[in-house]
Structures are given as C-alpha cells and as structure tokens.
Design a binder for this molecule. Structure first.
Ligand SMILES: CCCCC/C=C\C/C=C\C/C=C\C/C=C\CCCC(=O)SCCNC(=O)CCNC(=O)[C@H](O)C(C)(C)COP(=O)(O)OP(=O)(O)OC[C@H]1O[C@@H](n2cnc3c(N)ncnc32)[C@H](O)[C@@H]1OP(=O)(O)O
Length: 202
C-alpha cells in the first residue's frame, strides 16, 4: 500500500484532499445507503427524511467539483478511496506483482438471501483488476473485457479477501486475474483484459 501512496504522491497527488472529515462523511453516506436498501418507511418518516435529504443535498451542491478534482482519485487512506459507488475495500499490498485487499459488501449491496448482488461483485473486481493492471503496466488502463465466475454465495458484512494480479502483458493488452475468498472458501473469480490508454486517449 505504501508503494501506491508513494507513487501517487510522487505524481503530486494530495492524500489530504477532502479534509480530515471526508472519510467519516462517506461512511455516513454508506450508512444511509444501507438503511435506504432495507427501510420500509411510514408516510410520516418518508416525508421527514425527504425534507432532511433535500436540505442536505442543497448544502452539498455548493461543494460539488468536477470528477478530476474529487478526493476519490487520491484518498488511498480511505476504504475504496472514499468512492461510494465501490464496495469498501482496504489495500494491504499493491505493486507490479499484484494487489491484495480486504473488501466488505454491505447491506446496500444485497442481491437476495443475504448474499451480495453479482453485479456488485463485478464492480469490486473491475476496480481492483484495474488497479492491478495499472500497477503492472505503470500506466492507466481501461477495461476491455471482464468475466466473472460465481463459485459460491458471497456474504454481506463479512471481511473478504481479494487477490488481483496481471498474468501477462502483450503490448497495450494486460491480461489479469482475481479471486474473492471468504476465509478458505472461493466465492468468485474473474479474468479480464485491460488496455493501456494511448497518450491523450479519451
Ligand atoms: C507505478 C505507477 C502506476 C500509475 C498508476 C498507479 C496507480 C493506479 C491506481 C489506481 C487505479 C485505480 C483503480 C482503477 C480504476 C478503475 C478501473 C475500472 C476501469 C473501467 O471501468 S473502464 C470503463 C469500462 N470500459 C470501457 O468503457 C471501455 C470501452 N472501450 C474502449 O474504450 C476501447 O474499446 C478500448 C480502449 C478498450 C480499446 O480501444 P483502442 O482503440 O484503444 O484499442 P484497440 O481496439 O485497437 O484494441 C487494442 C487491442 O485489444 C484488443 N481488444 C480490445 N477490446 C477487446 C475485447 N473486448 N476482447 C478481446 N480483445 C480486445 C484488440 O483486438 C487489440 O488487439 P491487437 O492489438 O492484438 O489487435
């Protein structure tokens, strides 16, 4: 993980972007999403919540920035860099040989029967495979192909282990693999192709 932070800092990344309270703000939003996924409100509660959320959204509007200025590019100290669209993970190790992470699916990732939604599993793989590809290639990459095999149910609210690594690189093509484990049990595995972007490629 320190290699990743160093690599970003060398490129002028600011891991304090968003300030000292940004992580707790994002955690509160995740908590809101957990509740929103399972709440069955009375009319009174729904109206009350709508009023509070409208006020809050108006307040946050004043601080919305463009995508390149958000803290989520640089906050490697926070779960999933503070990106609320990702299942929260912490990176234990990341270098050109691969990425090891601890990842937890939350209530808001529920598919059914207390298990994570398959699409959410793919989201987690996409980001961590992207990181493994970028660390291997030393350059930003884009997902060209991603295949997920679901081997057993992926539990919610349980710390899981992800390992993602590049198997080989052919020119701009980085071939990557990843596994997701609950203890010794394999929940899912993935393989993908990530393409190194050409200079200036949109
Ligand atoms: C040490 C410092 C490191 C610096 C970085 C440090 C840290 C990084 C840290 C953190 C990064 C963190 C996280 C990662 C973040 C996000 C990960 C998620 C990423 C995404 O979520 S991203 C969105 C979804 N993604 C798309 O929105 C792609 C849409 N698409 C396209 O943008 C183009 O399609 C593109 C660019 C993929 C390729 O286009 P292109 O024009 O550049 O290249 P071209 O088409 O020539 O393909 C080149 C060769 O790949 C083969 N090829 C292409 N596609 C293939 C396929 N599907 N199957 C089999 N082969 C395929 C061709 O056949 C050819 O092969 P060949 O050269 O052998 O002929």
């Amino acid at each position: 993980m320190s290699e990743l932070i160093n690599a970003r800092e060398e490129r002028g990344a600011d891991i304090s972007r968003g300030g000292p309270y940004y992580g707790e703000l994002i955690e509160q939003v995740r908590g809101l999403m957990d509740r929103a996924r399972l709440v069955s409100p009375t009319d009174e509660l729904a109206l009350d919540a709508i009023g509070i959320l409208k006020q809050l959204n108006d307040k946050l509007d004043a601080a919305v920035v463009n995508e390149w200025s958000t803290p989520t590019w640089t906050r490697f100290d926070l779960p999933a860099r503070g990106n609320i669209t990702l299942p929260p993970f912490m990176i234990d190790h990341a270098d050109s040989s691969g990425v090891d992470a601890r990842l937890t699916f939350r209530n808001y990732h529920l598919g059914g029967n207390n298990a994570a939604h398959g699409g959410q599993v793919a989201v987690g793989f996409d980001d961590l495979l992207g990181m493994a590809a970028a660390m291997h290639a030393g350059s930003i990459t884009r997902t060209a192909s991603l295949t997920v095999d679901y081997r057993s149910v992926t539990p919610l609210n349980t710390e899981l282990k992800v390992r993602a690594w590049a198997e080989r690189q052919e020119g701009r093509k980085v071939f990557v693999r990843a596994t997701l484990h609950d203890g010794d049990r394999l929940c899912a595995e993935a393989h993908g192709l990530f393409i190194v972007l050409k200079p200036g490629q949109a």
